[in-house]
Design a protein around this ligand. Structure first.
Ligand SMILES: NC(=O)C1=CN([C@@H]2O[C@H](COP(=O)(O)OP(=O)(O)OC[C@H]3O[C@@H](n4cnc5c(N)ncnc54)[C@H](OP(=O)(O)O)[C@@H]3O)[C@@H](O)[C@H]2O)C=CC1
Ligand SMILES: O=C(O)[C@@H]1CCC=N1
Length: 277
């Protein structure tokens, strides 16, 4: 990849992608980032050696997007329209606009850009920070296969990339986009449970965190089967089997399904808030 990349909005998600990209050897002098505050802009520039500027009352987004081959929309969903409006007139016609924003439809971005501007919508996740992300991509109406490939190459520097239809993106987001938060929540719950059984808080947290990280490593294999890995821990009539039976009896699978359904419903609600339809 030999283009200039502009991250418009560089918080948790875009920083994770940017860090992975730089870690893969992409030159820092071809990366631009914009954020709202000067403090964060200075921190990003000092930490990564990229050009980072604050937008507050300035045309920083337009300046960062000018001449960039890839323009990543990394702001919160409610700000996407505003940022697109700031850059629409300066984009190179061949520049590929990549949205990481959850719940913002391709059509609403395309409608605010010059006709024919290629747009790709993505749903990444924060393990990208350590090169273990998974990103789903959905191509917009004017994105050519080579545009999608360029975006796939960007995200491949931070993990696995899959291509989906846009109508699957909300569901994807509830599994892999939000998913790291569910796993961290499980780690919190395991630590609290350990404390209730008398373990010191620090020890319980260390045990839970390292266990989740280690289990993740075991899953990090194309042939890994979560159910088989679970069975390998569960001795017949042993203590793990008893724990899993207690989870099942309390409807753990339904609880997880209810969480993902709530996440999907909220994504659709945000889409309605943004598009007014
Ligand atoms: N976090 C996640 O796990 C995932 C997030 N997403 C999507 O990524 C997007 C960003 O989320 P996340 O990174 O968590 O959010 P953050 O709040 O961490 O990052 C948003 C960034 O946008 C900056 N910003 C605010 N206003 C502007 C502006 N007008 N122009 C340029 N930059 C601006 C902020 O600057 P400052 O720091 O100075 O305030 C901040 O750095 C969202 O749309 C979300 O749906 C998608 C998948 C996963
Ligand atoms: O919570 C959110 O809205 C975003 C989308 C997926 C992960 N984070």
């Amino acid at each position: 990849m030999s283009t200039t990349i502009a991250f418009l909005g560089c918080g948790s998600m875009s920083e994770a992608i940017m860090a992975g990209l730089l870690g893969s050897g992409f030159p820092a002098d071809r990366v631009r980032a914009t954020v709202r505050t000067t403090t964060r802009a200075t921190w990003l520039a000092d930490t990564y050696g990229v050009t980072a500027t604050a937008t507050d009352g300035t045309d920083a987004n337009a300046r960062a997007a000018t001449g960039a081959g890839l323009v990543v929309l990394g702001v919160k969903p409610g700000l996407v329209r505003e940022v697109v409006a700031e850059v629409a007139s300066v984009l190179d016609p061949a520049a590929v606009v990549v949205s990481v924003a959850g719940a913002v439809p391709l059509a609403s971005i395309e409608a605010a850009l010059p006709a024919g501007q290629p747009v790709v919508r993505s749903m990444p996740n924060t393990p990208a920070r350590v090169g273990h992300g998974v990103t789903a991509l959905a191509a917009g109406a004017h994105a050519r296969p080579s545009d999608v490939q360029q975006v796939a190459d960007l995200f491949a520097t931070v993990g696995l990339v899959v291509e989906v239809e846009e109508d699957q993106i909300d569901a994807v987001g509830t599994v892999s986009g939000s998913g790291p938060a569910y796993v961290f929540y499980l780690a919190e719950a395991m630590a609290e449970a350990g404390e209730r059984l008398g373990l010191p808080a620090d020890l319980a947290r260390t045990l839970a965190a390292h266990t989740v990280a280690g289990a993740g490593r075991l899953l990090d294999d194309p042939d890994a089967d979560p159910a088989a890995l679970r069975r390998a821990v569960s001795s017949p009539n042993g203590s793990t089997e008893r724990a899993i039976a207690a989870f099942e009896a309390r409807g753990m699978r339904d609880v997880v399904a209810a969480g993902t359904a709530a996440a999907e419903a909220r994504a659709k609600e945000i889409t309605r808030e943004i598009t007014g339809s």
